[in-house]
Every structure is written in structure tokens, then in C-alpha cells.
Design a protein around this ligand. Sequence first.
Ligand SMILES: [Cu+2]
Length: 149
Amino acid sequence: MRTMTRALLGWVLVAAAAAAHAQVEARAAWVRGTVQGQTTAGAYMELTSGQRASLLGAESPAARSAEIHEMKMEGNVMRMRAVPRLELPPGKTVELKPGGYHMMLVDLKRPLKKGDLVPIRLKVELSDKTLKTIQVMAEVRDLAAAGGH
Ligand SMILES: [Cu+2]
């Protein structure tokens, strides 16, 4: 009986540790403000996963769609293009920031003003192929806002 209790307790502890380990966190999320007529906005944040995971995309009620973008030099020109997924190596913080990987809100439903809060739901695939949704609230910053720090 005692052995069984101990075994059970051990299992519970392992399960709790695994759950904490599997966590994907999104921090410091913000969106660049827009001017009238602008239909896209960059969204930036810091992502940390306890295990190998991939960001597959996102959705937001503020936009028709959201894409993961990569910035790349082509000759002398910085261009951005959509990528299907972004790897999140375990224990490493991946920064979505101006000039680097970022989230693009496409076909905005209205202009985004400084101080507004934009809900973004991130779609993350864990290493065992399970899908996880992470809800973040991104604060709208000035159109001229620079880097994330
Ligand atoms: Cu972009």
C-alpha cells in the first residue's frame, strides 16, 4: 500500500514537472500603431517554450489574417516574406521584433491607436504534434516605436 502511494505521488510529481516544462510563454507583446488607410501592422513579442515547438500562425479579431514574416536582405533591399512556421528551440527566447521575424496582421478591420489592446491567439505545435493556443494581449505603440527594448 505504501509503495503504491509513493508510486502514485511520484507519478503526480513527474506529470506536474512535464506540464511546467511543456509551457509556451508569450511576453512583451506589442503592435505598431497605424494611420488611416493602412491595412497591415507588425506585431512583436518574445516567445519561450520549455520543449521543442513551432509557431504555426495566429489569428486576431482585429485583422482578417495574421502571417509569420521573415525579414531578409535581397541585394541591398530588405524584404519580408511569409514563412509557414517558426521553430521555438527549447528554453530559448525567440524574439519577434522590427527588422527580424515578426507577425503581420493583414487586412485590419480598423486603424490601431496607441494604447489599444489587440488580442492575438497564437497557434503552436508541440513536439508531440499536439496543438496549443496561446492568448496574448498586445498593446498598440506609436507608429514610430522602435525596437522591443
Ligand atoms: Cu511583415
